[in-house]
Design a protein. Structure first.
Length: 291
């Protein structure tokens, strides 16, 4: 009787603890959204470096800016090629989706640009939009087209994978209306991709060769940009920042003064969420952390 009672108590504690953990807010207690900078035309693509700086794009003005932890904003690249999504590789190079230039490029710390991909099957890309780098160094990126379409060479708006050696470009998704935001898990096993045109977000299994399989519906809404935290919550950006758990249940909505476009975790402790939203850059202190 005593042993059964002990086991029952232990199970009860585990269940209650799990429930409490699920009910914890992803936001730090008392934290509020703070405007860090404004006066831009359309901000996008936030990416944090190892020093806590956050880089972001102003697409129409064709610039890449850097926000420093001391609060200063400076221009990192003055002619960005209409850069949109950004992501840092292991070597500290800034990988950028040049939507205007129709290229995926690498930018070193001195601003030198190297083209990584600009064609698939001998035809120019549409307008690379957002990207994620897997643990092997391979690059997934979406290639939609907003605005005029008269000069398109591809047969649709798709998702691609550039192999770690950066020699082969593979089309991995070809059945979306307009793919946009994407993010992968740190173990490199799953990739989340938002079909903004179809207003759905899906999760895929990542195969050893970088191809995708086992497509499943994750959320019944699309997203512009995406990120993930250390508890495997997925952050989508629509009319607000919406946080989903790994089962696809919405657990938090973070309202931003302007419509958000993209999100990333930054500062050295990766416990601040940075949000690009139309003319401004915002942040909020989090309980969860970026990975």
């Amino acid at each position: 009787m005593g042993q059964k009672f002990y086991v029952l108590i232990v199970l009860l504690v585990v269940v209650v603890s799990a429930g409490c953990e699920e009910n914890l807010s992803v936001i730090a207690p008392g934290a509020q959204v703070v405007k860090l900078a404004g006066g831009f035309k359309f901000t996008e693509g936030p990416a944090a470096d190892a020093r806590g700086n956050v880089f972001f794009t102003d697409i129409p003005n064709r610039k890449i800016h850097k926000w420093s932890p001391d609060g200063r904003v400076s221009t990192f690249v003055d002619r960005s090629g209409g850069a949109n999504g950004l992501y840092f590789d292991r070597k500290g190079n800034l990988i950028a989706c040049q939507g205007g230039g129709r290229k995926l490029v690498s930018i070193d710390k001195n601003g030198k640009v190297t083209v990584l991909a600009d064609k698939y099957d001998g035809k120019r890309l549409n307008s690379p939009n957002d990207l994620w780098i897997d643990p092997k160094g391979g690059i997934y990126f979406t290639d939609p087209r907003y605005g005029r379409k008269g000069d398109l060479e591809q047969d649709g708006e798709h998702v691609y994978y550039l192999t770690p050696d950066r020699k082969k470009l593979i089309r991995v998704v070809d059945d979306m209306v307009r793919p946009n935001g994407l993010i992968g898990t740190p173990d490199g096993k799953k990739l989340y991709i938002a079909d903004l045109g179809g207003q759905m977000t899906y999760v895929y299994k990542i195969n050893p060769d970088g191809t995708l399989s086992d497509k499943k519906l994750f959320a019944t809404e699309g997203s512009d940009g995406m990120t993930i935290d250390n508890e495997k919550n997925i952050y989508l950006t629509t009319d607000a920042v919406k946080v989903y758990d790994l089962r696809g249940n919405r657990k938090k909505v973070i309202q931003i003064p302007e419509r958000p476009s993209n999100v990333t975790f930054g500062r050295k402790d990766k416990q601040t969420l940075f949000i690009t939203a139309r003319t401004s850059l915002y942040s909020i202190k989090m309980r969860t952390k970026g990975i």
